[in-house]
Design a protein around this ligand. Structure first.
Ligand code: TXA
Ligand code: MG
Length: 348
């Protein structure tokens, strides 16, 4: 199929164009659209047939549930059987924004959206284009990140087209996503709310509202079976195998140069994703991408997926990535880097 391309101003989107895209959604078609986190692949979230198309286009395993996106906070009550106090407090503070709450679902939510779970994930994005599109469609929009399953999430329309051109009805291009990593997913059905996926709303910000947050044990490593089904698959991965260096800055630099020197000596073509502080200290043969300053996790989050995708056409044999501190957005960055590396981690 021919994928229609719409270009919009993120701050002043053309309503006629949005209405046309919304109509495609109403017809059960797939439309990729920008949010403040990453581009989403949208379908009518109450239409099981339409949602099935998302799984086909992405090659997504059917046991991985989707987030329903709404355009106004009160619509949570149409999807949730119960809105726990924790969900109420979090959404009052952080919606619209990069926060997804998991709550008990209403019967009208199709099984295919929740992968058969009795809970549903709901998010109210802050992106104006996203909210207007959902409002005009008049239904909740199911939307995973608009990438082929397992690949880094798309933060530009170009990334989306690389993965999905010809497989979806349309794409709305409104420029690069501001945050660059996905929303924070919080399970509000547990006695103490559980962080299932770190994202745009930081752990510290959750604590400010809730006072107490459990961390899904699956976030700690590869061996545990995660509760958020999406967390168990290899994700965000560039094409070449990646190794993640986790150490304090000075040691990280030493480890990185040691590993790279060995790989080069073995005849390998080496790529590196590193901070601006380290980028000039690598051997000249290394194909390098800077993700920003190690002191600025927000900058790194915004550049992360583009950096991971930058090696797609470079045909490197191996990639080394520098880790950062797990503070603020650094927690989400490290979660994605560990998964992208398939938990191949070098600490000493
Ligand atoms: O920022 C975002 O959240 C983006 C944009 C497009 O909104 N969307 C996104 O969707 O990242 P996706 O499908 O790539 O990730 C959704 C995550 C998965 O890890 C999934 O397993 C989890 O949310 N999830 C969805 N429904 C769930 C549920 N009922 N219980 C637990 N986890 C759930
Ligand atoms: Mg995803």
């Amino acid at each position: 199929m021919q994928t229609k391309y719409y270009k919009l101003d993120a701050n002043k989107p053309d309503q006629v164009v949005l209405a046309e895209a919304a109509q495609l959604l109403q017809q059960g078609k797939l439309v990729a659209f920008p949010t403040e986190t990453v581009y989403g692949l949208g379908a009518n979230g109450l239409d099981a047939e339409a949602v099935a198309g998302i799984f086909r286009a992405k090659g997504r395993p059917s046991d991985n549930p989707l987030i329903l996106h709404i355009d106004a906070a009160d619509k949570l009550h149409q999807l949730a059987a119960v809105v726990p106090a924790s969900a109420k407090a979090l959404t009052e503070r952080y919606w619209p924004g990069p926060l997804t709450v998991v709550v008990e679902r209403q019967p009208q939510v199709p099984d295919i959206v929740t992968a058969g779970l009795n809970t549903v994930a709901v998010r109210l994005p802050s992106s104006l284009v996203a909210r207007e599109l959902i409002r005009l469609a008049g239904v909740p929009i199911a939307a995973p990140s608009a990438n082929t399953s397992g690949r880094p999430s798309p933060t530009t329309a170009e990334d989306v087209l690389t993965d999905l051109d010809g497989k979806i009805a349309a794409i709305i291009d409104a420029g690069a996503c501001r945050i660059g990593v996905e929303s924070t997913v919080v399970d509000c059905t547990t006695p103490v709310p559980t962080l299932l996926r770190p994202g745009g709303i930081t752990y510290e910000m959750l604590m400010e509202v809730l006072g107490e947050v459990e961390i899904d044990p699956a976030l700690g490593g590869a061996s545990v079976i995660p509760k958020s089904p999406g967390m168990k698959y290899t994700h965000y991965a560039p094409i070449a195998p990646m190794f993640l260096i986790e150490a304090e800055p000075q040691l990280a630099g030493e480890l990185l140069r040691r590993e790279i020197t060995q790989a080069l000596a073995g005849g390998k073509k080496v790529g590196a994703v590193v901070s601006s502080e380290l980028i000039d200290s690598l051997p000249p043969q290394v194909i390098r991408t800077g993700y920003g300053s190690r002191t600025d996790a927000a900058e790194i989050a915004a550049n992360l997926y583009t950096a991971l995708r930058s090696f797609d056409n470079a045909e490197v044999d191996v990639i080394y990535a520098e880790g950062i501190r797990e503070q603020g957005l650094g927690l989400a960055v490290m979660n994605r880097l560990r998964k992208a590396a398939g938990y191949r981690i070098i600490r000493n």
